[in-house]
Design a protein around this ligand. Sequence first.
Ligand SMILES: Cc1ncc(COP(=O)(O)O)c(C=O)c1O
Length: 362
Amino acid sequence: MLPCLRPDLANLAVYHPPARDAGTDWLDGNESPWDWPPALKEKLVWLYRQDIQNNRYPDSTHAELKQELVQYLGEQLGANPENKLTGEWLTIGNGSDELIRSVLIATCLGQNAGILIAEPTFSMYKILARTLGIPVWDAGRNEQFEMHLSKANELIQQEPIRVVFVVHPNSPTGNGLTAQEREWLQQLPPKILVVIDEAYFEFSQDTLLPELLSRPNWVILRTFSKAFRLANLRIGYAIAHPEVITALENVRLPYNLSGFSLLAAQLALTQRRQLLSTIPEILTERERVMAELRKCPGIQLWPSQANFIFSRPTRLAPEQLYQQLYDLGTVVRHTGGGLRLTIGTPAENSRLIQRLRQCCGG
Ligand SMILES: Cc1ncc(COP(=O)(O)O)c(C=O)c1O
């Protein structure tokens, strides 16, 4: 390895998603299986022609998108008299992946401090922390994928933990935070930042947003990559107390999002009824896949509140099943000691069921 490079990067376990080719069912990314309707794409292109000058930098303040988001989030807060959400409570990222990195930079980098996660969980917390030389401690989970809270408390007592990352509902396992886990998050001291990643909120419809308004050490992460069907354009956002937002804004790149992506996110919000109308079908399909796979004795499944299902084969190693499915034309995600199956189109789901039966019996 060249001596100018950081030696610890040589052994870094990273996430290299496979190249996407046609003719394969891509059920590995928890994306929506549905592209935007052609008329809406046309509208986006029309707006792009009208509003965007390629020679100019995009709006670095993201002010218009923040205004749309305040409205969208206001609906989730209902008639809450505590609602003080303004644009100052928001920052926009190049995907929520960028915001995870901003959180790490704003809290732990160069501070001899690290993060707590509970595996299996979203892999990027650990990957991004490692790229920054930030230590990661894992509290682990039980058979139902509830966090080991006593282990978490022990680690917090012993280690310089400055951020706790949880996902609600968790990826890859699909379970939401329990009452006990929520109480545990509530009692964490202000010296610990609590990041609640709600990437799948639009599927679960369960959010901790109302509570965040009175908790200055909480951050909620959201994304346009899943239910809004915009994974390609890389837009995520964080909601937090303005003091936290200022820190996240200070560490981000000034032009982190293209004007096209900003425009698409705004259009996604104004057209949300149309875009989110596919969610009921995805949830119905999730239950169909679950019911069909329950008939398969060679697969263990867990309930899910999101657009994916976590499974473990009982007679094969997960990597064997992954490879067999891959060879048959369905790509899923091998993670967390099992396979995470994204809900796709009805046809993709039917092929997944048939191929899993073929590999696992049943
Ligand atoms: C829990 C969780 N957080 C964040 C992300 C990343 O989202 P984005 O596409 O906005 O970077 C994902 C994507 O799979 C995810 O599952």
